[in-house]
Design a protein around this ligand. Structure first.
Ligand SMILES: Nc1ncnc2c1ncn2[C@@H]1O[C@@H]2COP(=O)(O)O[C@H]3[C@@H](O)[C@H](n4cnc5c(N)ncnc54)O[C@@H]3COP(=O)(O)O[C@H]2[C@H]1O
Ligand SMILES: Nc1ncnc2c1ncn2[C@@H]1O[C@@H]2COP(=O)(O)O[C@H]3[C@@H](O)[C@H](n4cnc5c(N)ncnc54)O[C@@H]3COP(=O)(O)O[C@H]2[C@H]1O
Lengths: 141, 141
């Protein structure tokens, strides 16, 4: 099985389109971000700016670590911080026309990869689940 | 590329051996479990019983959801509950002699798979990362 046999337009088919991706904005307060994360049920989600470009990702762990006091989690401090204060800027991104092989390589160390169009606008995410499901389908042949 | 070409003894080489897997016990109080999860940095970890058999898995989200009050997270209630009260019993398990194809299939819907020996004792976990890294190596040939 060679990379070229995995049809590359599958990326757009495999991708979770941006309307279905839970995300937050750079300047959202952390209480809003934690609520989005808890309600969505996801560990980490993309952070976008006002031009819908990917700026990073934020996880529940990052939010809770930022308000972990000695005796307890100081929830009331959540409103004092913003997403941009605790997020990680290192989030894998690729263009929608790149290869499946690149998505596979990026997914080794990241649970999801952000997909951008030619203007770097966010159009969706590729998850490890969708990559593994595609490989399982191909290996089965 | 056929399943059989991926040498099956790779599972034991790819596996994270049990001494390196963060885990908790069925009867541990939730404050201990949350501490292990925060310190390990992992989203979810296996739950073992006193005979070192896999009984489930527990995540930070499950612990926090169990003590989420109206106004705040009620940390002081953590000591009142045990791991077995909030964990999920549905955790993918397989025997160490099964095929890579089975590990791949289970990893589609689960970030890790528990590996057992012939007495069902826990010997390690296979992670999506190690499966994707192996596939990337094979596809590159
Ligand atoms: N509501 C649900 N229903 C069924 N299964 C669920 C689920 N939530 C999580 N899972 C399962 O758990 C895996 C890890 O999810 P996690 O939230 O840690 O990590 C996720 C999350 O951080 C992110 N993600 C996935 N879908 C997302 C979405 N619609 N919006 C925002 N982030 C998403 O991508 C990571 C990898 O996702 P992936 O699907 O490969 O892998 C998922 C999936 O197999
Ligand atoms: N300390 C660290 N250093 C570098 N990268 C890190 C890391 N912690 C997490 N990651 C990265 O984030 C992915 C998701 O981790 P998560 O904790 O949500 O989900 C993890 C965690 O729930 C569990 N896991 C992995 N290693 C573990 C261990 N040694 N003990 C207990 N559970 C483990 O298996 C899931 C999938 O792990 P996987 O390696 O495929 O995928 C990991 C890995 O690519």
């Amino acid at each position: 099985l060679k990379n070229s046999q995995i049809v590359d337009n599958e990326i757009k088919e495999l991708m979770i389109s941006h309307e279905k991706v839970a995300h937050v904005q750079l300047n959202n307060p952390l209480d809003h971000a934690l609520l989005v994360l808890i309600k969505s049920g996801y560990t980490a989600i993309p952070v976008l700016d006002t031009e819908y470009k990917v700026q990073g990702q934020i996880s529940k762990a990052q939010i809770l670590d930022s308000i972990l006091g000695i005796e307890r989690i100081e929830m009331e401090r959540l409103h004092d911080y913003k997403v941009c204060d605790v997020m990680t800027t290192k989030v894998p991104k690729m263009n929608k026309n790149e290869t499946f092989g690149k998505a596979l390589m990026l997914s080794i160390n990241h649970p999801f990869v952000c997909i951008e169009d030619d203007e770097q606008s966010f159009i969706g995410i590729m998850t490890r689940r969708s990559i593994l499901a595609l490989i399982h389908r191909y290996l089965g042949k």
